[in-house]
Design a protein around this ligand. Structure first.
Ligand code: GAR
Length: 206
């Protein structure tokens, strides 16, 4: 799959910290990618402003119907010919364009299949983690399917949950991890080391 410098379209709904991280990683040469377009699912998304300030082409829509929103986003991003479409804090159900199965990635702030699915996003995930008393959590990069937080798992990494942690403590620990794991996933794709087969992701070890 893919191989070479990745052309990435970024979809977001919120603060755009993940976009900031990609931008930084690209600038410093740690991520072999180029952001070709950014689409935001809300005119209140700070990430859209950030994208404009970085000089990326930006599309914003407040469309509430997920299918129509996806159609509009796809119409905007496809002319930029992205290799991959990356969900970066995108809180709506995304319907990928035809032919992009295996080329759309999401990051979820927990260890799928735990604490995921409809309604589990952002701080809600970390609140549920603390409430449950689990001792580890983490983040998951996965390929997107038509169901929330499903689709083949690409990379996962965990962090401890300590007694007395607040959801904010856990969120900060997990996000730090995300900042390494998401670029790592994209670099693996850029290196052509990723294969999807039998609903599973196979990574060529080197
Ligand atoms: C990240 O923690 C990401 O895992 C989460 O949103 C945050 C990024 O948003 N995504 C989800 O919860 C998706 N289910 P930001 O870049 O706007 O801060």
């Amino acid at each position: 799959m893919v191989g070479g410098k990745l052309k990435v379209a970024v979809l977001l709904s919120g603060s755009g910290r993940t976009l900031d991280n990609f931008h930084r990683e690209i600038e410093t040469g740690r991520l072999n990618a180029e952001i070709v377009a950014v689409a935001a699912s809300s005119s209140r998304a700070m990430g859209a402003e950030k994208a404009g300030a970085y000089g990326y082409p930006v599309f914003v829509s407040d469309e509430r119907n997920h299918r129509e929103l996806s159609r509009q986003i796809n119409e905007f991003v496809l002319p930029y010919q992205p290799d991959v479409i990356v969900l970066a804090g995108f809180m709506k159900l995304y319907f990928m364009p035809e032919g992009f199965d295996g080329y759309v990635l999401n990051i979820h702030p927990a260890l799928i299949p735990a604490f995921c699915g409809k309604g589990f996003y952002g701080m809600k995930v970390h609140r549920a983690v603390v409430e449950s008393g689990v001792k580890v959590t983490g983040c998951t990069v996965h390929f997107v399917s038509p169901v929330y937080d499903e689709g083949p798992i690409f990379l996962q990494k965990c962090v401890p949950v300590f007694s007395g942690d607040s959801p904010e403590d856990v969120a900060a620990r997990v996000f730090e991890l995300e900042c390494h794991l998401y670029p790592k996933a994209l670099n693996l794709l850029a290196e052509g080391r990723v294969k999807l087969s039998g609903g599973k992701v196979w990574i060529e070890e080197r």
